[in-house]
Write a protein that binds this ligand. Structure first.
Ligand code: SRM
Ligand code: SF4
Length: 553
């Protein structure tokens, strides 16, 4: 049996001895009250207690070495590690859809990727036929990675790219979202997102990626820092949302908390009536305080009731604010501030602008060739930098010769994709996601292209697709949202109805200052197995609700 160096404890799993590193692990940060609640808690809490998932950061490399040497096969990796604990390293087993392969979710604070890193992603997935997805948290997911290739990529990212996949899934703080306009927005959110990313994913004691202090939260946790009144970060659907607003001459943020989507409940963040100055250290202190309250006091029983909102409601807003201010002692703050005027319409991100060139990436999916093209364009036109958006597109900042950039784009990647196609968002769906009820991405790409041919509109119509009620595709804030759902269709031959793929339809969500979450669908169980029929129904909705006009071919 094999032994690994620099360990203090050895856990035996899958017949392989896996090192447990000598640094503190996630559980060691929990107060005894939280450990007691975890012991009496749900299955995931018990899995986390049985073997600390923050060990997955070293287990990954141990497993990779054992697989490489032929000592272990991927099928022999303990199920709890393969399907749960490796998520702490950003690896999600996709065995149901791609046997033996993982999806790797990165951390991409403020959506900023450099060309060199994008090429490293392309190099990692190319031998395995992988693709890259831009996510609804302006982040990167890589497909079809074997465990060994993922471990190699982690080493490369940590050594040469100041990037990581650690703590991007399960009970961790997810990618920190900011404004892709960066320095061109009211507040440049980049330093805030970078500092928050380091807070949650960098160990201050060892300087390594992976911070066990925030490695055992009761549930996932989302933070967004909005850069302006367009709210390109969608602050109000996050557990912590920071919304920029000045107090006199001083810029700062109003703090909203508890926004989230889930199968059982969808909640807009509530106003804490708390304003803080736009100072990185103040933001770090505020977020640390809220995270600590959540980590130590959050529910560890029913996972449907473990998001921050439930804790905020248990306290009541004034008492929760008082608890935050007690925890973040000395935090400079004031009551929430208000804008005096109305803002008007949201700015468009796609297209050619003095600040950037916004390129549409249909449903956020990129091939290896497209990744390399974007990297080359970034090197040649935007100082090697790309910025991802929550609408799953790409911005090139500060481009001097936009026309030269645009000339090199392909038909699929466009700056003027059309009002519907250009504003279509889709979650992963059944091609890779084990929770999906329907396939989404391919459907969305085909349908949106047909809709632009069928109807014209004088404004963007945001159509979002999501494969199941978890709503990763955020249908509740779309103009039109399609959520995978059971449906039935009459079989004309037998005269009986049969189960077919279907959707529930949401209508009238909004983003920016007129933010609106629609919690109930307007239509339920609409079959989508006949694509012509679906396109026609959507065209009707665009005509009826968004001043669309049918084109006559
Ligand atoms: Fe999500 C679970 C994909 C954004 C709410 N989400 C999942 C899993 C991990 C399910 C699984 O185990 O396979 C999906 C992985 C599928 C795959 O192979 O890609 C998944 N979620 C996604 C992504 C990739 C959708 C996309 O195509 O862009 C997004 C990745 C974001 C990122 O980079 O981290 C994604 N998910 C969201 C969002 C939107 C957001 O954050 O703005 C939400 C709603 C907001 C929220 O969380 O409050 C969201 N995902 C969920 C939930 C419901 C959470 C809950 O409290 O119940 C689940 C299920 C869960 O956590 O139990 C889930
Ligand atoms: Fe998977 Fe459902 Fe999320 Fe889509 S909404 S990625 S189907 S969990």
């Amino acid at each position: 049996m094999r032994r690994f160096v620099s360990v203090v404890v050895v856990a035996v799993t899958s017949g392989l001895e896996i090192p447990v590193v000598s640094r503190r692990t996630g559980i060691s940060y929990l107060p005894s009250s939280a450990v007691s609640r975890a012991k009496a808690g749900n299955k995931i809490e018990k899995t986390k207690l049985a073997k600390d998932p923050t060990n997955a950061w070293s287990d990954l490399h141990a497993y990779a070495a054992a697989i490489r040497s032929g000592e272990l096969s991927i099928e022999e990796v303990e199920a709890g590690d393969a399907n749960i604990r490796l998520k702490w390293a950003g690896l999600l087993s996709r065995f149901k859809k791609t046997p033996g392969k993982f999806m790797m979710r990165l951390r991409t604070p403020n959506g900023i990727v450099c060309a060199k890193t994008l090429r490293a992603y392309a190099d990692a997935i190319e031998p395995h036929g992988g693709v890259m997805d831009i996510t609804t948290r302006q982040n990167v997911q890589l497909r079809r990675l074997p465990l060994e290739a993922a471990a190699d990529l982690v080493r490369e990212l940590h050594s040469n790219h100041n990037a990581t996949s650690f703590q991007s899934a399960m009970d961790n703080v997810r990618n920190v979202v900011g404004s892709p306009l960066g320095e061109h927005d009211l507040v440049d959110t980049r330093p805030f997102c970078n500092a928050l990313n380091d807070l949650v994913s960098l160990n201050p004691e060892t300087g390594e990626r992976g911070n066990p202090r925030w490695g055992n939260l009761p549930r996932k946790f989302n933070i967004a820092v909005s850069g302006g009144r367009d709210d390109f970060a969608h602050a109000r659907i996050n557990d912590i949302g920071l919304e920029p607003v000045p107090r006199g001459d001083e810029m700062g943020f109003n703090v909203v908390v508890g926004g989230y989507f889930s199968i059982k409940r969808v909640a807009s963040a509530v106003d804490l009536d708390l304003w803080i100055p736009a100072d990185v250290n103040v933001v770090l202190d505020l977020c640390s305080a809220i995270l600590e309250i959540f980590r130590d006091e959050g529910a560890r029983g029913d996972r449907q009731k473990a998001r921050l909102m439930w804790l905020v409601e248990e306290y009541g807003i004034p008492a929760f604010r008082a608890r935050v201010l007690e925890k973040a002692e000395g935090l400079p703050h004031d009551a929430a501030q208000r804008w005096e005027d109305d803002y008007g319409s949201r700015r468009e991100l796609l297209g050619i602008h003095p600040t950037h060139v916004g390129v549409h990436v249909p449903v956020g999916r990129l091939s290896v060739d497209e990744m390399r093209l974007l990297a080359d364009l970034a090197d040649d036109h935007s100082n090697g930098e790309l910025r991802l958006t929550v609408e799953q597109n790409v911005l090139f900042p500060n481009v001097k010769s936009p026309d030269a950039l645009v000339r090199r784009l392909t038909d699929r990647l466009a700056v003027d994709p059309g009002h519907i196609k250009g504003h279509t968002v889709s979650c992963t769906g059944a091609q890779f996601c084990p929770l999906a009820i329907i396939e989404t991405k391919h459907l969305a790409e085909r349908v949106s292209a047909r809709l632009d041919d069928l109807v014209s509109t004088d404004r963007p119509v945001r159509i979002h697709y999501t494969g199941c009620p978890n709503s990763c595709g955020q249908v509740q804030l779309a103009d039109i949202g399609l959520m995978g759902a059971p449906a039935r269709r009459l079989d004309p031959i037998s005269g009986k109805t049969k189960a077919v793929p279907g959707v529930n339809v949401y209508l009238g969500g909004d983003v920016g200052e007129s933010f609106t979450l629609v919690t109930e669908p307007v239509l339920k169980g609409i079959p989508i197995d006949d694509e012509d029929d679906l396109v026609d129904k959507l065209a009707d909705l665009v005509v009826e609700h968004f001043q669309g006009v049918r084109r006559h071919h």
